[in-house]
Ligand binder design. Structure first.
Ligand code: SAH
Ligand code: SF4
Ligand code: F3S
Length: 442
């Protein structure tokens, strides 16, 4: 009899990818993924440790699961992901009902851990094993293994950059790139299963280096796969933004005109304190090259406000940088001190100052996003139809610039790229017209 597995995924896209791979691993132990938590025989939380709030969510979710665990005999609860890696046995101490704790580099050991858990033991694995977990992690094949037209594909994992605020080098380990032929095979397999857009993932995806291949070469080779129509990648570090990769944006039509390039701050003093190892000017010069290679590129970034030592003048430099770049979209966060990171002991900026700065930055970013979106109105854009929308007959797709686009279309068209005329700009999406003259299937 098949057992049911419910996975709740927090954090970044890599966790989304990992959750699918964990489902694949546990399929071999007789599990099938369910979307209904109440029928689960195992609940796995795939967690994020990036900010305090993200990590706290795990314990509140475990608290909510407690009654279910108590009333449902045989239900097993596991914690995976970056909180599992960072906190390890502390999770059992704080929430004794947890059966299993598994860090991101040990997912291929899940079937064996599950077997121990079934015997009534607790299982924990937060090692960084020598072997490549992906060699031992099957892809989920079962009926519920979702197949949307878009998929993530981890090509690189881990980080050697050690930004002073960040837990990732500790939770994901050192930078490791997967062999190119495996990645091409995995991409072909995804395409065989109906995927038309692949997003290549890595904590420092543009630092990809395996068998003499760069990320640019990997993208160019992947673009040769028939049936694969769009390629994206995330997240890049400014210091690994090679000319080769920049050039690919002007030369490879399948590579989408969108670049997420976090800068964190516009102040060189803060960048230095963050151990970012680049200046604001260096960052801006990369974007300039990028725009020369692909003039319509949509730019995105990440920002941290209220890093220890950030003054009003430093923050103004961040605003000035944003004003200059005019991001199509960007993410901004209040600095959150993380245990074990170099900045954790430094004097924190008062909470109300962080809040004021975040509000000011977000106001500007929102304005720029609206400008970018409004500039799309009237254009005919190729839109990849991804999934049903909220309204009847509505389908949600993506523009090349990664905005969500709503339009009326047939469900049977999901997975297709259509040409649609953008008619209006909403807060976080665009609306497109369904008229036959402006809607053509590619
Ligand atoms: N290079 C990574 C970045 C992961 S963290 C990647 O693969 O995406 C994503 C973003 O979270 C960072 O760019 C940074 O802006 C933010 N972040 C990281 N640590 C943080 C902290 N301690 N407090 C607030 N924001 C943080
Ligand atoms: Fe974290 Fe910096 Fe590495 Fe990104 S580059 S994962 S922010 S340490
Ligand atoms: Fe979070 Fe780990 Fe991703 S800390 S952002 S889940 S790498």
């Amino acid at each position: 009899m098949t057992k049911k597995l419910f996975i709740k995924t927090y954090g970044c896209q890599m966790n989304v990818y990992d959750s699918e791979r964990m489902a694949g691993a546990l399929e071999t132990s007789g599990y099938e993924v369910t979307e209904d938590q109440s029928e689960a025989d195992m609940i796995l939380l795939n967690t994020c440790h990036i900010r305090e709030k993200a990590a706290d969510k795990v314990y509140s979710e475990l608290g909510r699961l407690k009654p279910l665990r108590t009333t449902k005999p045989g239900l097993k609860i596991g914690v995976a992901g970056c909180v599992a890696q960072a906190e390890g046995t502390e999770i059992f101490r704080r929430q004794p009902m947890v059966d299993l704790v598994v860090g991101p580099q040990a997912y291929h050991r899940l079937p064996e851990m599950e077997a121990r858990v079934q015997k009534g033991d607790r299982a924990i694995d937060t090692e960084f094993p020598e072997e490549d977990k992906f060699d031992h992690l099957p892809t989920a094949r079962g009926p519920k293994a979702r197949r949307s037209p878009t998929a993530f594909l981890t090509v690189q994992e881990g980080c050697d950059k050690f930004c002073a605020f960040c837990v990732v080098p500790y939770t994901r380990g050192a930078e490791v790139s997967r062999p190119p032929e495996r990645l091409l095979a995995e991409a072909r397999d995804l395409v065989d299963r109906g995927v038309v857009e692949v997003t290549l993932l890595g904590q420092n995806v543009n630092a990809y280096a395996a068998d003499g291949w760069t990320l640019a070469k990997l993208i160019r080779e992947m673009a040769k796969i028939d049936g694969l129509k769009r390629i994206r990648f995330t997240t890049s570090h400014p210091n690994d933004m090679s000319d080769d990769l920049i050039a690919a944006h002007g030369e490879e039509p399948k590579l989408m005109p969108y670049l997420h390039l976090p800068v964190q701050s516009g102040s060189d003093k803060v960048l230095k304190a963050m151990n970012r190892r680049h200046t604001a000017e260096k960052y801006l010069s990369i974007l300039e090259k990028m725009r020369a290679a692909r003039p319509d590129i949509a730019l995105s970034g990440d920002f941290i406000v209220g890093f220890p030592g950030e003054t009003d003048a430093d923050f103004d430099a961040t605003l000035a940088l944003c004003e200059e770049v005019r991001y199509a979209q960007a993410y901004s966060f209040k600095y959150s001190p993380r245990p074990g990171t170099p900045a954790a002991g430094r004097e924190d900026v008062p909470e109300h100052v962080k809040s004021e700065r975040l509000a000011a930055l977000q106001e500007m970013l929102t304005k720029h996003q609206a400008e970018f979106q409004r500039a799309q109105v009237g254009k005919i854009l190729p839109v990849l139809l991804e999934k049903p929308g909220r309204l009847p007959g509505q389908i949600v797709g993506r523009s090349p610039y990664l905005q969500a686009v709503h339009l009326q279309a047939e469900t049977s068209d999901i997975g297709r790229i259509v040409h649609a005329q953008i008619v209006s700009s909403e807060k976080n999406s665009l609306a497109a017209q369904q008229a036959a003259a402006t809607y053509s299937v590619v």
